[in-house]
Design a protein around this ligand. Structure first.
Ligand code: SAM
Length: 246
């Protein structure tokens, strides 16, 4: 009997199949979640000329907002493993104009751009990536000390909020390859950040979390175990819609 593929490989195959199947209707399906995207991008606090990594960029729905924030001298680097999603991201990147958006056709785990030290990273609805230590290793190897990291996505609501959890269950079945970690999807990120703040959104069935890459290895301890597990509460972040959505 042939040996089983290792678990990350199995879930990668599942993720590729999932998004190959969803790609053509993905943008439409994500429309109701756009306020969360705007909040997540605003929480990055991007400035003109900065470099931001959009890990698991999908069809590039965040590109216009990110590009508007970093301006013509900035860089937006989208990393995506699914060719069908990436093809749509390429169309969107071209619509945004030449130069500003670079696409990397790779699993997040294999992301390697020598010399890159980005100022910020976005992980928007990328639960599988947040559960992958190898993907986080690759991401953090490309972030400078002080870089801002924002993650957003689904999470379990408190048990009494069962209608919300019914929605989270159905949506997660449809978009992640394993349901583990939905209690606090940011917890592996939090172990690597100096501090993390989490704001529940969508009736507590989703979250926006943000933190900062520490200057040294000790700084990652500043949140304390409880804060790292649950995350601190974050004040609402103001955000504005993009001026020129494609
Ligand atoms: C729910 S979509 C989110 C897309 C985009 N971030 C957005 O907000 O619209 C998840 C994306 O992550 C990609 N993905 C999942 N696992 C990945 C991995 N290990 N490396 C790169 N991309 C991955 C999927 O192919 C899919 O495009």
């Amino acid at each position: 009997m042939p040996p089983d593929p290792d678990p990350p490989q199995r879930s990668r195959e599942r993720a590729l199949a999932q998004y190959r199947w969803r790609a053509s209707r993905y943008d439409q399906e994500l429309r109701p979640f756009e306020p969360i995207r705007r909040e997540a991008v605003a929480a990055l606090g991007l400035r003109a000329g900065e470099t931001v990594i959009d890990l698991g960029c999908g069809t590039g729905l965040s590109f216009p907002l990110l590009l508007e924030a970093v301006g013509p001298r900035g860089r937006v680097i989208g990393v995506e493993q699914c060719p069908d999603m990436l093809a749509l991201a390429r169309v969107r990147a071209e619509a945004c104009g030449p130069g500003g958006i670079e696409l990397v056709a790779q699993p997040a785990e294999a992301f390697h751009e020598p010399g890159l030290r980005a100022d910020a990273a976005l992980l928007h609805f990328t639960h599988d990536i947040l559960r992958s230590p190898a993907a986080l290793d690759a991401l953090f190897a490309h972030l400078r000390p002080g870089a801002r990291v924002v993650a957003a996505g689904l999470k379990w609501a408190p048990a009494w909020a069962w209608p919300t959890n019914l929605f989270v269950w159905a949506a997660a079945l449809y978009s992640v390859t394993a349901m583990d970690g939905l209690q606090s999807p940011w917890d592996r990120l939090a172990q690597r950040l100096a501090d993390i703040e989490v704001r529940p959104v969508l009736f507590d069935g989703a979250y926006v979390a943000r933190g900062v890459v520490p200057d040294g290895p000790q700084a990652a301890q500043t949140g304390g175990p409880a804060a790292r597990r649950r995350g601190r509460r974050m004040a609402p972040v103001r955000s504005a819609p993009p001026k020129n959505p494609p």
